[in-house]
Design a protein around this ligand. Structure first.
Ligand code: E4P
Ligand code: PEP
Ligand code: MN
Length: 457
């Protein structure tokens, strides 16, 4: 995964601190049996960290480049990872998709792409409703495999703290494979480029051929000049991220770094707080304010200047480069009305954080067949509106955050090889929100690369 220099590798993994977490209101938390939970927490807090403090520091440096306008970040993966989907082929194909997108974006941006998987911990979901009713039977809503099962039975929907340990092990197995894939030659620029050529030979050909041709020339130049042989071209830095939602998972994973005495959430390199849990005086914002990892906060269309400044004061009072990322998810129809004004109202402060576009969560609707879906065209339109907003405000559009899979699912409609509303039932596999499939993800990368290359006003 990330390239680890000797001083990072030599970093002691840190001790489990005893922290009296303040008793603040926390939304969207499971209701566990307290005795069962206590047993699990005692075990989880002794488990090895999944990431090193030094790796999180390195990602913070990379995100500092994003906030300074010298890098772009690609964050992507499932809405909800599931325990059953932790398989070699699934992980490989998701990594492959992200790497393919990153090559295209690198070309378009002419900047380093900071690659972050929404994976190895994305096992918990906030829900609109606490319960779900089917055929007159009401049960607790599915909240992700870290909390309960998707199967619609009382036993499966029970909040089971043992699942925290299963999520830890699944995250550990995922990260292990990701580290292998991204450092062991699989990520070789030439193979990734060859996979992209496969995409362009399909229906995308006419629309994206010109850019594909330019990328091909650039890679051929690297090969001809011998640069493609370099070790750096055979591996990539790749980081993990998930929503820090279930505090009974995140808190026991916090460790004190022996070098500095500071706290890190060792469940992931990057964690974010979601739109539904970012209350200024709530436990989630308090949690991320205490850890040293680079962190994100989602912002929906209701976020105003005052809220954003107060979030900055809480989470990033020193305005440390790379520390805080705002992930905006305004909706394609709203972004142009709301985002430029918000950015402008922040003045200089808007330059002290990174801005990333989540074009998924503001664009969800239910199809006539009853599937939760999104239109590819709306996703693209929100990214376009995001770029235009930053151009207007003079701030850096720092990246995209996307729900995607490497599989050929039919969950979002549209794209150059279109999924129609009638196709949704063919391969609708997500247990929560609809993801872009492999082709739609690559197509998004080409469209965004064009925006990066040509600029959007
Ligand atoms: O991923 C985000 C949320 O968990 C999801 O959009 C909530 O969806 P719901 O409205 O089906 O609960
Ligand atoms: C829950 C999510 O998003 P948001 O907090 O923006 O609704 C998510 O990213 O899956
Ligand atoms: Mn989602």
């Amino acid at each position: 995964m990330v390239r680890v220099s000797t001083d990072i590798a030599g970093t002691p993994v840190g001790s489990t601190p005893s922290i009296d977490w303040p008793d603040l209101p926390a939304r969207q938390q499971p209701s566990w049996d307290p005795a069962e939970l206590a047993q699990v927490l005692a075990v989880l807090s002794t488990y090895p960290p999944l990431v090193f403090a030094g790796e999180a520091d390195l990602l913070r440096q990379r995100m500092a480049e994003v906030s300074a306008g010298r890098a772009f970040t690609l964050q992507g993966g499932d809405c909800a990872e599931t325990l059953a989907d932790v398989t070699g082929p699934n992980i490989r194909d998701r990594i492959k998709t992200i790497l393919q997108m990153a090559v295209v974006l690198t070309y378009g941006a002419g900047m380093p792409i900071v690659k972050v998987g929404r994976m190895a911990g994305q096992f918990a979901k906030p829900r609109s409703s606490d319960s779900e009713t089917r055929d007159g039977v009401t049960l607790p809503a599915y909240r992700g495999d870290m909390v309960n099962g998707f199967e619609f039975t009382e036993a499966s929907r029970r909040h089971d703290p043992d699942r925290l340990l299963r999520a830890y092990h699944a995250s550990s197995a995922t990260l292990n494979l990701v580290r292998g894939f991204t450092s062991g030659g699989f990520a070789d620029l030439r193979s990734v480029h060859a996979w992209n050529k496969g995409f362009i030979q399909g229906p995308a050909q006419a629309r994206y051929e010109q850019m594909a041709h330019q990328i091909d020339r650039a890679v051929r130049f690297l090969e001809a000049s011998g640069v493609a042989e370099a070790e750096e071209m055979r591996r990539v830095e790749f980081y993990s991220a998930h929503e820090a939602l279930v505090l009974d998972y995140e808190r026991p994973m916090v460790r004190r770094d022996h070098r500095t005495g500071l706290l890190y959430d060792t469940s992931s390199h990057f964690v974010w707080v979601g739109e539904r849990t970012r209350d200024l005086d709530g436990a989630h914002i308090d949690f991320v304010s205490r850890i040293r990892n680079p962190v994100g906060v989602k912002l929906g269309p209701s976020a105003d200047r005052d809220t954003v400044l107060r979030l900055m004061d809480k989470v990033d009072p020193e305005r440390e480069p790379g520390r805080l990322t705002f992930i905006t998810r305004m909706g394609a129809g709203t972004v142009r009305d709301v985002l430029p004004a918000l950015l402008t109202s922040l003045g200089e402060e808007a330059h002290r954080v990174s801005w990333v576009c989540d074009p998924m969560h503001g664009n969800t609707f239910t199809s006539p067949s009853g599937h939760k879906t999104r239109r590819f065209e709306d996703v693209v339109d929100e990214v376009r509106g995001f770029f235009a907003s930053h151009a207007e405000a003079g701030t850096h559009p720092g990246g995209i955050h996307v729900e995607l899979t490497g599989n050929d699912v039919t969950e979002c409609v549209g794209g150059v090889n279109p999924v129609d509303l009638d196709d949704l039932g063919l391969r609708y596999e997500t247990l929560c929100d609809p993801r872009l499939n492999h082709q739609q993800s690559l197509e998004l990368a080409f469209v965004v690369a064009e925006m990066l290359e040509k600029g959007v006003r």
